[in-house]
Design a protein around this ligand. Sequence first.
Ligand SMILES: *[C@@H]1O[C@H](CO)[C@@H](O)[C@H](O)[C@H]1NC(C)=O
Ligand SMILES: *[C@@H]1O[C@H](CO)[C@@H](O)[C@H](O)[C@H]1NC(C)=O
Ligand SMILES: *[C@@H]1O[C@H](CO)[C@@H](O)[C@H](O)[C@H]1NC(C)=O
Length: 407
Amino acid sequence: MKLLQRRLNAQSLFIVVAAVLWQPFGVASIPIPESNCYALDNSSRLVDFSSWIGIPFEYEGKYSDVVVRFCKDVESRSQTGYVGFGRFDKFNHFVSGSGSVNFVQGFYHGDLMNCEDSPDKMGRTAQVNIICGSCLNGECKGGVGCICNVTYESTCRAVVELAIPCKEPGQRVFEGFTVGFHPRSWEIVYNGMTQLGFERAHHEFSFRTEQFHVALYMTAIASRSTLVQKPIVQVFPDSGLEVKLSGSGAAGKSPTTLSPSMLLIDWRCVKVRDAPYVVNITIPVEGYEPIEFFLTKMCEYTQDQGGDATRGWAVFGVISFIFMVSSILFCCGGFVYKTRVERQHGIDALPGMAILSACLETVSGAGQSYSRHEDLNAAFAREASWEHQPVPAQGTWRPSERKYGSM
Ligand SMILES: *[C@@H]1O[C@H](CO)[C@@H](O)[C@H](O)[C@H]1NC(C)=O
Ligand SMILES: *[C@@H]1O[C@H](CO)[C@@H](O)[C@H](O)[C@H]1NC(C)=O
Ligand SMILES: *[C@@H]1O[C@H](CO)[C@@H](O)[C@H](O)[C@H]1NC(C)=O
């Protein structure tokens, strides 16, 4: 008994270890199915019926037979010919059902004859209720499935009950979530599913070297937006491309449909590489499969932003140095010239001294000019009462005598 227990413990330990090891590989993006023949079940799990497209199911009625071609169309066939009861075209016409019905498919735009009054001129329409398993009346057990019964709600609308063996539902999709290059677009993720081209690394769709950053916009249904968590970024190979995330999306702000959150990706090529770098962005969602998508980035040359700045300062330093040296040379030359040729001595011999002393004389020259302070106030007064120009009083304001700054 004890031995058995120990063996069981060992076994469960093995399962736990295997699960932990397996986890990073088990998490994957949910790529949007290749066809529009899929549905999300009542707990948001993806069920892909792509392999069922076009499979016909026939039902013999009293006056006419009904043929359902899966995810294609519904027809009634009789002696007088075929009558179309609608075509399947959009994925949002394939939804989860309730009660014994697992899924509901909508078929629209069938034959218009005698059904011209149908809403939106959609002609004859059909609804196919899909039961996973067998009919309630016990017909068609096993096999590829069958039509259980057909009811005509009117001459223009048929309701078909179809029993098929459904596949096991897949991953849990975070419905309504989008990621796009614009606030109102969803090129990358639509309805929680990663679009083809971003579900894994596609080298032919790489961002070019000169594209320094890219902005992504995320939206989610407001009532579920708090489930969205901070994105995680992974780069392959893990060195050579520096990736920084910023923006409201990187901070973990909840995106809604009305106010998308922005995820700004700054990437800088540090190492040149023939093949593009692969950037894996994962957005965990509480209780759902994470949103995962891949962007690829070429690095044909390095973008040394820091280096550019350093080079700028180096150029500035060299120019300053040249300026300083030439000033000193000019000063010394002038000094030598004045002492030797003009025979001036000491401080008078410094170049520019004549100009400087002239300046000093002008500024301190016996009450002929006014200080800058007064000038500012005068300007202010003029502005404050522009309707009544203050009349200059007793020589405080004499534009004609203006000497400020003159030499
Ligand atoms: C992408 O990154 C996530 C989170 O870091 C990781 O769990 C996942 O395994 C990565 N996907 C691939 C294909 O490497
Ligand atoms: C979803 O549908 C299945 C089968 O119809 C049912 O057993 C299950 O309880 C339903 N789950 C929810 C959450 O409605
Ligand atoms: C089809 O038959 C089932 C019994 O198998 C019945 O419950 C259901 O109401 C019928 N459907 C229609 C549309 O009449």
